[in-house]
Design a protein around this ligand. Structure first.
Ligand code: IPE
Ligand code: IPE
Ligand code: MG
Ligand code: MG
Length: 292
């Protein structure tokens, strides 16, 4: 299977669905424009893709996971809009374009983020392809992963540690929460939509946790060694802001080693899915050499 071609097809599938869930009428134009600007500015869609692939790995029907896939991308995009605000990372470039607050101002960027966040839970609750119990399980999973005990908690720690010396335990907490939680939830939500049994859910959890950590470590490395035209983000900003990162604590080589270990653990864990887990395996391996 050609991974690049596969990813391209899934991105189109997900973006079409995102276009359908975003509100178009009866809302202030600046809000609607802001939401669309950030959603359609060219993300990799790795979380929704992992969600769909996890659903497939457990033998589920991808179409029943599509709203959940949109929901994780809405949460992710809101988190990026807020992450880039002057009060947080104060970044001007995202996905190769000016950050949303540079385009519509801070107030409207905050509100566009709020609207994407709430829309995620609305579309899960209204997903007619799933029974009510599954909808509640998905809402609970996403709420837990994106709130104070997950992504927002990680973001708070990330800000708290700015300029302070962090040890490996602190950085692992930050990374596994600000990034790992939503990636793990994406895999688990694919499992929920696909009717996974307990063993498969545990496997998806382990895979997601390792992928989440590896993903943020490689993000840290790219912030030092990457190419702005490929990442679509400023390079060197973590060092400038004295962020608590893996390279800051371990150096680049050891960070790379750690990311590779996580990828290996993730890959091994999904062997129980046999051929159905091929996409999860290929995505994990592609993290090793990602440039964006
Ligand atoms: C960037 O995530 C922020 C992190 C949590 C590392 P992605 O690298 O998935 O960003 P997009 O969605 O492709 O722009
Ligand atoms: C982003 O982490 C995490 C979230 C948005 C939840 P970073 O601040 O390290 O990611 P980039 O480099 O801005 O994408
Ligand atoms: Mg940040
Ligand atoms: Mg940032």
């Amino acid at each position: 299977m050609d991974l690049k071609e596969y990813l391209y097809g899934k991105i189109k599938f997900i973006e079409k669905a995102l276009g359908r869930v975003l509100p178009a009428r009866d809302i202030p134009e600046i809000l609607s424009d802001g939401m669309r600007y950030s959603i359609f500015s060219g993300g990799k869609r790795i979380r929704p893709i992992l969600l769909l692939a996890s659903c497939k790995a457990v033998g589920g029907d991808e179409r029943k996971a599509l709203k959940a896939a949109c929901a994780v991308e809405l949460i992710h995009t809101y988190s990026l809009i807020h992450d880039d605000l002057p009060a947080m990372d104060n970044d001007d470039l995202r996905r190769g374009k000016p950050t949303l607050h540079k385009v519509v101002g801070e107030a409207n960027a905050i509100l566009a983020g709020d609207a994407l966040l709430t829309l995620a839970f609305q579309i899960l609750s209204e997903d007619k392809t799933l029974d009510l119990e599954k909808r509640i399980l998905l809402i609970s999973e996403l709420g837990r992963a994106s709130g104070a005990s997950g992504m927002v908690g990680g973001q708070a720690a990330d800000i708290e540690y700015e300029g302070k010396s962090a040890d490996i335990k602190a950085v692992e907490y930050i990374h596994s929460h600000k990034t790992g939680s939503l990636i793990t939830a994406s895999c688990r939500m694919g499992g929920i939509a696909g009717d996974a049994d307990r063993k498969s859910m545990n496997t998806l959890t382990k895979y997601g946790q390792n992928m989440g950590l590896a993903f943020q470590i490689t993000d840290d490395i790219l912030n030092i060694t990457g190419d702005k035209t490929k990442t679509g983000k400023a390079i060197g900003s973590d060092i400038k802001k004295k962020k608590a990162t893996y390279p800051a604590v371990l150096g680049i080589e050891k960070s790379r080693q750690k990311a590779n270990e996580c990828i290996e653990t993730a890959t091994k864990s999904i062997s129980i899915f046999n051929n159905k887990g091929i996409v999860l395996k290929m995505i994990a391996e592609s993290l090793l050499n990602r440039l964006s």
